[in-house]
Design a protein. Structure first.
Length: 766
């Protein structure tokens, strides 16, 4: 690796870089900031920065400060070995299962995912700076409100690092320095041959197994350009530039990528040249403006400092990982492992819960625009998914591989979910939620209903009639990730997991068809819905895996619970029978224990308890998550880091879905609207007496703010984005209230009609 000296050089093509040198950076401190007295010494404990496309991790590698660099579309897209749908179809899988020769399925679908290094997400590289001369660090801080990392040394030196909120560029500025800083661009070790026996998709394989040619580094007095060629014509470039003035060193980096089949995007060198014509302060100001607007979309205040800080950190990461126009949130998003290895589970897109949970906070959190990146990606590759559906399932309509590459191609793995029959149905839930929370009629007509309709067509054609019951079922069913990837992981009878997604699909297909006045289609979907069985329920233990298999063991994936949450097919509002099912199911979940749970299990559990209006247990589950399943930088790492007996999983592969499910759970405690009736503070612990939130979004495109003082709701404010009627469970109970709009009260439900853009204030008469 070549060492590049960063000398203080004024660059001839940067005439305006320091035109506003009198401006002072004044980031805004918050009680929710990450604050340390030293830099992390591991990449997965680093300070995370990002904008949905570019990501950075700030930490210490040996004696050097290291900024790990990443870009969301850096991918090795070679096809997965042996994954051939010309001959290997779902019917073939069924035959192998039936004939008890299931090892053939594992050979072609499961084993290659573990053994082959690609397809996979790949890292970009890193910048390292020799900081030894600065002495002892005084403070390392992530300014959550500003998305800035600041390091201050006792000597007076200071470093500010940020990834610009909307541009494909990252910036750094050293201040209070008096001599040159030695720096180095460190490429990933693609050419280093490591341990060839390390072929575990969880721990990651050596990057050298990708067999790339060594990248090319070109340097000048003030810049470094690194070009790396990957597989199949894929290339990426890192361009770093710097300049000096008055004991300051200011630099920036950009990363660009290209693939023969992709649309041409701006080259990293062009980005650098264009951005460096602006002053550092003006660039910073535009970055700060975006984040100020982001945090204005919603906020909360709760009397539990641990949970409140974690919520803000989760929403910070969501704002750093999700963007319209960027790829969806993958397992590690823009923070690919910087340890010389392929990231855990190849850093791919897992659709058996990982991508789905990652977007839960977008809805109540009032961040629908960021969620659109996920919706747009699914729509972009709809034809790819339909081809997969036709090739593998031999059905019309739409399914999605449960594990995919950047371009939507299947990757294999445990096929009960990596090629599962109902994956597109859970993804359809996001199309439905986007319609519900946005009230966007055009989206309903052009995307939500067409997607759900195509899923319904696939499930209709795939289903068969059960000769014993006369009801529909799937040829084979599963409940991820029960029984892992064994033959027993396929169920002959329909599982509650698949059944929930199927019943939900046909119910919502009918609902949306009616909404669009497509009566014939609505009747068809309703008829098919009635041909499926009811859920498998034990009288004492609640929801089961299937009619033949009870929920009998601790397991990380609450797949049997889908009908309750997130789908809401079984809901507390439906009365005593549903309430008994929910209570018994949660009681049995507790009985089986958390031995084999991971972190996301606890954050999902927080959502479950919130839906059951149990604030104490919801808060307890979320505290366990925050304290024991997250590293000090708030990254969720699956295993119990406290080693406190919460789980027998003690490992630390970093993934993000648990983080974002946590944020969703907090909002489920504060507001719920999935039934069409808004509930204010429905699941808060009794000891929480003073709470408030601002602009949380509900079904129907309403933005609600509320305040509780001394255990009593004192004010509710509702803004209607699209116009319409909102129904709200009376949060004031028997107390009188005053309002500036006409409000009707019937059976403790407040009904308010609001015009588009209008607001109603309701204040308790204390």
């Amino acid at each position: 690796m070549k060492t590049i000296k960063s000398y203080f050089v004024f660059v001839f093509f940067l005439p305006f870089l320091f035109s506003c040198t009198q401006s002072v950076i004044t980031p805004e401190k918050s009680q929710n900031d990450l604050v340390f007295d030293s830099l992390a010494t591991s990449w997965d404990e680093a300070i995370p920065l990002g904008n949905g496309m570019l990501g950075a991790l700030v930490w210490k590698n040996g004696k050097n400060l290291r900024i790990s660099l990443d870009r969301a579309d850096l991918w090795d897209l070679r096809p997965m070995d042996k994954l051939d749908f010309k001959n290997l179809k779902f019917k073939w899988v069924y035959d192998q299962w039936k004939n008890n020769t299931y090892e053939n399925v594992q050979k072609y679908f499961d084993v290659p995912y573990d053994q082959r290094p690609a397809p996979t997400k790949i890292p970009a590289g890193a910048l390292e700076f020799d900081i030894e001369k600065f002495g002892k660090i005084k403070e390392v801080r992530l300014y959550v409100k500003n998305a800035l990392c600041e390091i201050v040394w006792e000597s007076g030196a200071k470093l500010t690092v940020f990834v610009h909120a909307t541009e494909p560029i990252g910036w750094y500025r050293f201040e209070g320095i008096s001599s040159q800083i030695n720096s180095e661009l460190v490429p990933p070790p693609y050419e280093v041959k490591g341990n060839s026996t390390n072929v575990n998709s969880l721990t990651g394989q050596d990057l050298g197994r990708l067999e790339y040619k060594k990248g090319v580094i070109n340097t000048s007095e003030n810049s470094i350009i690194y070009d790396q060629e990957g597989w199949g014509g894929f290339k990426y470039k890192i361009h770093v530039n710097w300049a000096e003035e008055q004991n300051k060193l200011t630099g920036a980096w950009s990363i660009s990528s290209e693939f023969p089949e992709w649309e041409k995007t701006e080259d990293a060198t062009e980005t650098i040249k264009k951005s460096f014509t602006n002053s550092f302060q003006s660039v910073l100001d535009s970055h700060l403006k975006w984040w100020k607007n982001y945090w204005s979309k919603s906020n909360i205040s709760i009397p539990d400092s641990l949970l409140q800080k974690q919520w803000y950190l989760e929403m910070y990461k969501f704002g750093s990982a999700a963007r319209k126009g960027a790829p969806p949130i993958s397992l590690q998003s823009v923070w690919t492992a910087d340890n010389g290895m392929i990231p855990p589970w190849k850093g791919d897109f897992h659709h058996d819960l990982n991508t789905q949970l990652s977007y839960w906070p977008a809805y109540a959190g009032n961040q629908l625009e960021l969620e659109e990146g996920f919706i747009d990606w699914l729509w972009k590759y709809k034809d790819t998914f339909k081809k997969y559906t036709k090739d593998y399932y031999e059905t019309k309509g739409l399914n999605v591989p449960g594990v995919t590459t950047l371009t939507g191609k299947p990757m294999g793995g445990w096929i009960q979910y990596s090629l599962g029959p109902t994956v597109s149905a859970w993804l359809a839930h996001h199309f439905y939620l986007h319609w519900q929370y946005s009230n966007d009629r055009k989206f309903l007509e052009e995307k939500a209903y067409p997607w759900i309709k195509d899923v319904a067509i696939h499930l209709d054609e795939l289903s068969v009639i059960d000769g014993k019951t006369g009801r529909r079922k799937l040829p084979l069913s599963s409940s991820p990730e029960i029984f892992n990837n064994s033959r027993e992981a396929w169920f002959e009878e329909i599982t509650n997991f698949d059944l929930a997604l199927i019943r939900w699909t046909f119910e919502k297909a009918s609902e949306l068809a009616n909404e669009l006045n497509l009566k014939t289609e609505a009747e068809k979907w309703e008829r098919i819905l009635n041909e499926w069985p009811d859920f498998a329920v034990d009288e004492k233990e609640g929801l089961k895996f299937s009619t033949k298999v009870p929920y009998f063991e601790s397991h990380r994936h609450f797949s049997h619970l889908m009908a309750f949450h997130p789908l809401g097919l079984i809901d507390w509002s439906q009365g005593k029978e549903s309430q008994n099912i929910i209570s018994n199911t949660l009681r049995n979940l507790e009985k089986q224990g958390s031995d084999w749970w991971t972190g996301y299990s606890f954050s999902w559990l927080g959502n479950l308890y919130a839906r059951a209006f149990d604030g104490e247990k919801a808060a307890e589950a979320l505290r366990i998550f925050a304290e024991c399943f997250c590293l000090k930088n708030s990254f969720h790492v699956n295993g119990d880091q406290c080693k406190a007996g919460h789980s027998k999983f003690l490992y630390r592969p970093f993934t993000l879905e648990g983080n974002f499910a946590f944020a969703s759970a907090i909002m489920e405690m504060l507001i719920q609207s999935h039934t069409g009736v808004v509930k204010i503070f429905p699941a808060v612990p009794k000891e929480w007496k003073d709470i408030s939130f601002k602009s949380l979004r509900t079904v129907g495109a309403f933005l609600v703010s509320a305040k509780m003082t001394n255990g009593q709701v004192v004010e509710v404010n509702i803004f209607s984005e699209k116009g319409g009627e909102i129904k709200m469970e009376n949060p004031f109970n028997s107390r009188k209230y005053s309002t500036d709009k006409n409000v009707e009260l019937h059976e403790n439900i407040l009904s308010i009609n609001l015009e588009k853009g209008k607001t109603v204030n309701i204040i308790s008469d204390l």
